[in-house]
Design a protein around this ligand. Structure first.
Ligand code: COA
Ligand code: MG
Length: 305
């Protein structure tokens, strides 16, 4: 599970080095909007070199590369430069529908073959709400590619696409279209069985409101949040790490269901009814704590927490 995903401009080796030590669960090395058109070629080379040399052993951060959107004519050169360095995933911005995921998957497969990598090595993450069209196609992302492993939402590009002058109201709350984008991302991720990733919080010195946004994201079902500054990582990681009492309860629920066997229906814990939705919730909490829910009930009591 990725709690924090830190964006890093792909033309800044200094920031890429700093990001590697930030504590983020994943780095998103950006070839898109944070890199000017005149620096794309240079950035591709810098990113490829960084990925090739990066420490990949757990718990080093996972490496994601954000390529340019499919309609820019830049995507193939991005992929040709970076896939051979074997990033964990490619993040597609401005994804318009599930067909775009298939399209990107086919292009990645070509580069994997060239590089002698197994087909499917490189996963896909997608920003699915950056255009009006992507939002309206939210239901088409599921079941199109085995590579799809995370769906994220973005508010800045969507504002530009629909002509909104702001995405938040005077009280700092996202306005309706952006709340809908956020909700559709949660639904599409659940439908696809992939991680739901909350959007960036751009006011990077304001930790108090970042924490509030993280807490709301955890409550609503997001598994992680994107960051733009290393100082945001610790706040995000803390918010998306389950509290010890929640993890303890999740482990109890997993153990109860494991003991009851595959035909378990309704059970009780501490005087409260628990059933299948509680089991799924417990599995999510265990995964968020970095534990394998299937292995947990067999683990020794002492090794669990
Ligand atoms: N990754 C790695 N290091 C970063 C970083 C990031 N995203 N953002 C800042 N840093 C580094 C800076 O280089 C600086 O290190 P240094 O003093 O050793 O050079 C240190 O952290 C403190 O940075 P600070 O001065 O607080 O911020 P800044 O004004 O240098 O940078 C931004 C502000 C917004 C330009 C920068 O945070 C950034 O580039 N963010 C990512 C932008 C991005 O990728 N956007 C695309 C997705 S929305
Ligand atoms: Mg953008």
């Amino acid at each position: 599970m990725m709690r924090s995903l830190l964006f890093v401009p792909g033309d800044s080796p200094r920031k890429m080095e700093k990001a590697a030590d930030s504590g983020a669960d994943a780095l998103i090395l950006d070839l898109e909007d944070s890199v000017s058109l005149s620096r794309k070629t240079e950035a591709r080379e810098m990113v490829a070199q960084f990925v090739a040399n990066a420490d990949r052993a757990f718990p080093a951060p996972r490496i994601v590369v954000r390529v340019n959107a499919l309609d820019t004519g830049l995507t193939d050169d991005d992929l040709a430069a970076v896939i051979k360095a074997r990033p964990d995933a490619v993040l597609l911005p401005k994804a318009g529908s599930g067909a775009d995921i298939q399209d990107l998957g086919a292009r990645i497969a070509v580069e994997e073959a060239e590089a002698g990598l197994d087909e499917g090595t490189v996963l896909i993450h997608a920003l699915m709400t950056e255009t009006a069209g992507g939002l309206l196609q939210a239901g088409t992302f599921a079941g199109k590619s085995q590579r799809l492993s995370a769906l994220a939402w973005g508010a800045e590009d969507l504002a530009a696409d629909i002509g909104a002058t702001a995405n938040k109201d005077a009280s700092g709350r996202y306005t309706d279209v952006f709340r809908m984008a956020r909700s559709l991302t949660l639904l599409a991720a659940a439908q696809s069985g992939v991680e739901a990733v909350d959007t960036v919080f751009t006011d990077f010195r304001n930790m108090e409101d970042l924490k509030k946004e993280c807490d709301a994201a955890v409550r609503d079902g997001f598994s992680g949040k994107m960051a733009i500054h290393p100082d945001q990582v610790a706040v995000i990681n803390a918010a998306f790490t389950p509290a010890p009492e929640d993890l303890e309860r999740a482990i109890k629920i997993l153990a109860l269901f494991a003991a009851a066997g595959p035909d378990a229906g309704v059970l009780s814990l501490d005087g409260k009814m628990i059933d299948k939705p509680h089991l799924r919730q417990a599995e999510r909490i265990a995964r968020r704590a970095g534990l394998d829910p299937a292995a947990l009930p067999e683990m020794d009591e002492a090794d669990r927490v």
